[in-house]
Design a protein around this ligand. Structure first.
Ligand code: NAD
Length: 493
């Protein structure tokens, strides 16, 4: 990365500190990246065109051959070293995430730690990736082996600059692929630092590359015949299109989309735990996470618990315990939703519009917001808002709450707050989502359990991490062989 007039210049194609890469091209479009914390410009990002994407695929294809033939036990050694390097660099990585994404240092640190968990999982591939073998007839063995796809790509969103790339990279590399990361152009810095650490850990040149760009780079990757598989994480309309376009081009594609997560509170819920947890879910990462609480469904007598939730929300200090919104445009979009709700007659027991942080007037902030009294078909109830906005609905029974949750086209996460095991179990059975929480508002499964939603929150098969990740990033071969010492005959003869 070069530094021009105190702005970092982020190259369209990056292969690591020692790999050089093409010189900056004046023909490329660029984007000025500003920090959401204070609005200050921090980087000039080159946006890759078809030539940069083609160069990345070509270099990856060369690297994929020897990397794919390297025994898995050797392939995971750089991952062990990466884990140590990432842990040693965690403060620096967290600072980078916070600066470019706007989240708090604590949240940034937690996302690096979660990403490292996937690295640990990938390090166990020599053990958990052992295939199956059965003597299916006398002298005849059937066994399975997994092979890499070759060149694969990952396209990631702005909200987890380290964690989402780390959902993909470690497992894909351990499986023997050469990986091209196309991070969100809104968070171009942290992924480059991750790549530096992988190279420092001993990953061979071009086994991992970063292509910076926008829609055009994604489409070129998806159309390129040299890319065999692609994983995507981002919003639902783009996920749907990436899945369609990639599979049409013959690739294996898994595309995780957006979310609208429902949190259901029944009358026997513990008020203290519930209030704290609901607000933490709705305001963590300023609501910009696919696991965030978005619709709160209160079953039965609701006033006391709602008052407590509002009280908890008032304690959040925007700019301190809650971070910024990724951009001014995203902030304005969120504010637009709140204003529309107000026009539709909603009450706003908490209204985060117009919040500024002293000393950071150029930053993009929205305070915690609670919207009450909307009809179930209002935009704030149905759309993914992706900000610290919680919309409250009231119903009489759990069945009604489940009907609302089930009717949502999304299906990432759903949670219930209750002290009854039977109620929790019924909810877990009937909610239409891939990840269920019981008294937990952000039910992210920890490794080795895999991460992934249902319905319009996921296009393709399986989850992105865990064993599903191994299946996604590799192909299974079934080998049947006959070795008989004499003329013994069997069904294969
Ligand atoms: P986004 O869909 O705008 O962008 C994601 C990636 O796609 C970026 O790299 C971007 O450059 C690229 N892109 C954008 N528009 C494109 C287009 N038209 N064609 C091809 N590529 C395009 O998402 P975002 O705003 O960066 O991230 C927020 C979204 O991601 C939210 O909807 C959130 O719910 C979702 N998300 C989902 C998960 C999950 O696991 N399901 C996890 C994190 C984020």
């Amino acid at each position: 990365m070069a530094q021009t007039q105190s702005l970092l210049r982020v190259p369209a194609l990056y292969g690591g500190p020692s790999s050089g890469g093409p010189p900056p091209s004046s023909a490329l479009r660029t984007l000025t990246k500003c920090s959401p914390l204070d609005g200050e410009p921090i980087a000039e990002v080159e946006l890759a065109g078809p030539a940069e994407v083609a160069a990345a695929v070509e270099a990856s294809a060369r690297a994929a051959v020897s990397w794919g033939r390297t025994p898995v036990k050797e392939r995971v050694q750089p991952l062990f070293r990466f884990k140590q390097l990432a842990e040693a660099a965690i403060d620096e990585l967290s600072a980078s995430i916070s600066r470019e994404n706007g989240k708090t240092h604590g949240e940034a640190r937690a996302e690096v730690e979660k990403g490292i968990e996937v690295v640990e999982f990938a390090c166990s591939l020599p053990q958990i990736g052992a295939g199956r073998l059965l003597e299916v007839s006398s002298g005849v063995d059937c066994f399975t082996r997994r092979y890499p796809h070759g060149v694969v790509a990952g396209i990631t969103p702005f909200n987890f600059p380290a964690m989402v790339p780390l959902w993909m990279i470690p497992i894909a590399l351990a499986c023997g692929n050469a990986f091209i990361l196309k991070p969100s152009e809104q968070v171009p810095l942290t992924p480059l630092r991750l790549l530096d650490l992988f190279r420092e850990a001993g990953l061979p040149e071009n086994v991992l590359q970063v292509v910076n760009g926008d829609r055009s780079a994604v489409e070129t990757l998806l159309d390129h015949p040299g890319v065999a598989a692609a994983a995507f994480v981002g919003s639902t309309p783009v996920a749907r299109e990436v899945h369609r376009r990639g599979t049409l081009a013959g690739k294996t594609v898994l595309a995780l989309g957006g979310a609208k997560n429902h949190l259901v509170v029944v009358p026997d819920a513990d008020p203290e735990i519930t209030a704290r947890n609901v607000i933490a879910s709705a305001t963590g990462c300023a609501g910009q996470r696919c696991m965030a609480a978005s619709v709160l469904i209160l079953v039965g007598e609701a006033e006391p618990i709602l008052e407590r939730i509002v009280e908890e929300g008032r304690r959040i200090e925007t700019g301190k315990s809650m971070g910024a919104i990724i951009s001014a445009a995203a902030r304005d979009r969120i504010v637009g939703y709140i204003t529309q709700a107000e026009k539709e007659g909603a009450r706003l027991p908490l209204d985060g519009r117009g919040v500024t942080v002293p000393g950071r007037e150029g930053g993009s902030y929205v305070g915690p917001t609670i919207i009450d009294g909307l009809a179930p078909d209002a935009a704030c109830v149905k759309d993914e808002i992706f900000g610290p906005v919680l919309t409250v609905l009231r119903v009489k029974t759990l069945a009604e709450a489940l009907a609302i949750e089930n009717a949502s086209p999304f299906g990432n996460a759903a949670s219930i707050y209750t002290t009854s095991g039977a109620t929790a179990r019924a909810f877990a059975d009937r909610a239409s989502a891939g990840m269920i929480g019981v008294n937990i508002g952000v039910p992210v499964p920890r490794e080795p359990f895999s991460f992934g939603g249902w319905n319009a929150s996921r296009f393709g098969h399986g989850d992105i991490t865990g064993e599903d990740g191994i299946h996604f990033w590799s192909k299974q071969k079934k080998i049947t062989q006959k070795w008989t010492a004499g003329a013994a005959s069997n069904w294969m003869s």
